[in-house]
Design a protein around this ligand. Structure first.
Ligand code: WT7
Length: 685
């Protein structure tokens, strides 16, 4: 499956002395290890497990599974029967056993330049123990779900590690989501506590997070779920600055603007992070959990509109994120690593918190935006902390590309060794810019394909081993066996295009959808029995390289974030003026895709700017700012089949302005097409 030889032309390698000492130094080495990983997975992952602390050994197989719905329930188990704790492994084990207590875990860089904090592994352990004791005192027990709705601050990492230290399950909700979305997620996982912050700045925009959280809690109450406790971190208030500097930290107290925040306080529910932590003990014995105990839930969009609570479990996720981090970024102890994602997404879970900390790495944790205060910010930070491994998204690259090379050249980037991308297919033009302008043709680019569901990278180059082709995620990571299927479920050989599936599990794959194992089986395993279906299309070229071609279900990828068309449609039809809505993606130069919405209005209602603004606002309120439609078109009629199914394929063409509609013989009323072309939206707001 992996080619014997890789092509010599049209490929890129990067350069640098570090390559010869890389963990996987050649394509030959990759192939050899890869074969071992798929032929003897128990041995391969068993070896990886030796680097971790186990309170007691596993009793089951290293990897045990059923991937075939026709043979019974789908399950995946890794190191079952072993007891361990991921917080212990990423903190105590590093501090006490590997003597990394004084090593910097995070350089926190705030939204405002100059607002910074340095946190060592010892500091982090101390803060986590204190906060874990706070959670215990609030009655949080093993297995309880805790919702976390916070900006990118060190306390977010503290909160998540404190949860897993006591065996509680965190459910982090990205701080850009709306009150409605937060409420829905709290209800679905029946969380017993919410952790949030007063507010934060995104660039020069103040986000009053507590107000949104309060709104969400009110919505929960209205739906019969009165959540009793909400812990609020004061992130923006001045008084916090002193006690935010942890012991042993060298950095000066942070200077933050002190806004006139209106923080409503409900003494029956609200608790102050700082007062709780003040009296808490510095020691907290971890709760030893089984390998297959739940670790966290993270919601991702589903094609029916209702978000799916992806559940990851302890040991498999730990082994997989640690190994992918180490090998895909070729992590070395002197590295300074920076992943620009938000912890509210899976990239932040796996490659800001768990993967890097499991390796004892030093990371940058960035609260701000790539364009604030100006478009050099990223490169300024790279230079300031001498970042050697840098991981970002194609949408950020495309955004910065627009400003040319000059803002990049303002700062030296000679510390950089490996660049990474994630979130969506990277177009070759953006790839070339990243490679040439940012990496000066020295740094290999790891184009990592993966999903919330896969826990970690599944298709990716290894920086010193895999010759790169711009835009290809190249080959599978260890333990991953991809295949390309046609519509009838037959495996295609050689150069081909079809559905990307995986034939066997790897330790980091999700275990279920929280509270809905049936939906888990239906979504990922029913279409092609015996395979995990990614939902992405894929092409394999004549050299055996894999190219992800994008989603082939009703999902859209906006700035690297998945949205379901159904979710946006249901937000639109909730408006009283709308009877029907259909949403498709339209290519966007920075976001990858943008939302193009067709709405059919109730009889007698006139379409105008005010209504358009209301509809956009409605989607923001229901889902969040990332789902704000770029285009809304009044559609008195929608193209439908005779059985009444909306033909989204045709709508996509209309949104793109493409006249060649393909086969429209099943269309019930073809006159709507011309009408829609006539009133197309040509430019975004
Ligand atoms: C979907 C998963 C994994 C963290 C970020 C998104 C798309 C992701 C790539 C890539 C082509 C990619 C896929 C995938 N995707 N990385 N390197 N090349 N497509 O996590 O929200 O679960 O989205 O993102 O379509 O299925 P997610």
């Amino acid at each position: 499956m992996i080619p014997d030889k890789v092509p010599k032309e049209d490929v890129f390698l990067g350069s640098g002395d570090w390559r010869k000492d890389a963990h996987v130094p050649s394509f030959e080495a990759y192939k050899e290890l890869y074969l071992k990983s798929i032929e003897h997975p128990d041995e391969f992952w068993g070896d990886v497990a030796k680097d971790f602390f186990w309170k007691s050994k596993h009793t089951g197989r290293v990897l045990d599974y059923n991937f075939d719905v026709t043979k019974g329930e789908i399950f995946i188990k890794c190191m079952e029967g072993a007891s361990t704790n991921i917080c212990y492994n990423v903190l105590d084990h590093n501090v006490h056993h590997r003597k990394l207590g004084d090593k910097v875990a995070f350089y926190w860089e705030g939204n405002e330049p100059g607002d910074q904090l340095t946190v060592t592994y010892r500091d982090l352990l101390l803060r986590v123990c204190r906060f874990a004791n706070v959670l215990k005192a609030q009655g949080v027990k093993k297995g309880d779900r805790v919702s976390i709705y916070m900006p990118m601050v060190v306390e977010l990492v503290v909160a998540m590690l404190a949860c897993v230290r006591i065996g509680a399950v965190h459910s982090i909700v990205f701080a850009g989501f709306s009150a409605e979305s937060l409420c829905e997620r709290i209800l679905d996982s029946q969380c017993s506590l919410l952790i949030t912050a007063d507010g934060f700045y995104r660039g020069d925009k103040l986000i009053n997070l507590k107000l949104i959280a309060d709104d969400a809690l009110q919505k929960c109450r209205d739906k019969g779920f009165p959540l009793q406790r909400c812990i609020m971190l004061k992130h923006l208030s001045k008084e916090v600055d002193q006690d935010q500097t942890p012991m042993g930290s060298q950095s000066p107290p942070a200077k933050r603007p002190c806004p006139d925040l209106q923080v409503p306080w409900n003494p029956d529910v609200d608790l102050c992070w700082h007062s709780l932590v003040d009296g808490a003990s510095d020691e907290c014995e971890p709760v030893w959990c089984d390998s297959e105990d739940p670790l966290f839930i993270l919601y991702t969009s589903g094609s029916t509109g209702k978000p799916k609570g992806v559940l990851h479990t302890l040991s498999g996720y730990m082994l997989y994120t640690a190994t992918t981090f180490k090998l895909v970024f070729d992590y070395q102890p002197a590295d300074v690593y920076w992943c620009t994602a938000d912890i509210g997404w899976i990239t932040g879970h796996s490659y800001i918190t768990y993967g890097p900390l499991a390796n004892g790495a030093t990371s940058v944790l960035f609260e701000g935006l790539p364009t604030y205060p100006d478009v050099s910010r990223m490169w300024e930070i790279v230079d300031k902390y001498q970042v050697s491994k840098f991981y970002t998204a194609p949408t950020a690259i495309r955004l910065l590309m627009k400003y040319g090379a000059e803002p990049v050249h303002k700062f030296k980037r000679d510390s950089l060794k490996v660049l990474g991308t994630v979130g969506e297919p990277i177009n070759p033009e953006a790839w070339q810019w990243y490679y040439t302008v940012v990496g000066e043709k020295r740094c290999p680019i790891v184009d990592t394909f993966w999903q919330t569901e896969t826990g970690g990278h599944v298709m990716t180059p290894l920086p010193a081993a895999t010759p790169m082709k711009p835009g290809s995620a190249t080959f599978p990571f260890f333990g991953v066996v991809p295949a390309i299927l046609n519509e009838s479920g037959e495996e295609l050989e050689g150069p081909s295009e079809g559905y990307l599936v995986f034939k066997q599990p790897w330790p980091g794959v999700m275990r279920t959808l929280y509270g809905n194992h049936q939906r888990f089986e239906t979504t990922y395993f029913k279409k092609f029995p015996g395979y995990y279906v990614t939902g992405d299309g894929c092409r394999r070229d004549e050299d055996g390289y894999y190219w992800i071609t994008g989603r082939i279900d009703d999902m859209l990828n906006v700035s690297g974030h998945l949205l379901s068309t159904a979710e946006v449609e249901s937000a639109l039809v909730e408006h009283e003026a709308v009877v029907e809505a259909a949403v498709v993606g339209r290519p966007h130069p920075v976001k990858g895709e943008s939302l193009y919405c067709f709405v059919t209005l109730c009889d007698g209602i006139k379409y105008n700017r005010t209504l358009e603004a209301q509809l956009k606002q409605q989607v923001r309120e229901k889902i969040g700012a990332i789902a704000t439609p770029d285009y809304i078109q009044n559609a008195p009629g929608l193209p439908k089949t005779r059985s009444g199914k909306i033909m989204r394929r045709v709508l996509r063409k209309i949104a793109h302005g493409e006249r060649d509609l393909g086969d429209v013989s099943t269309l019930a009323d073809s006159s709507v097409i011309e009408q829609l072309f006539q009133s197309r939206c040509c430019t975004a707001e």
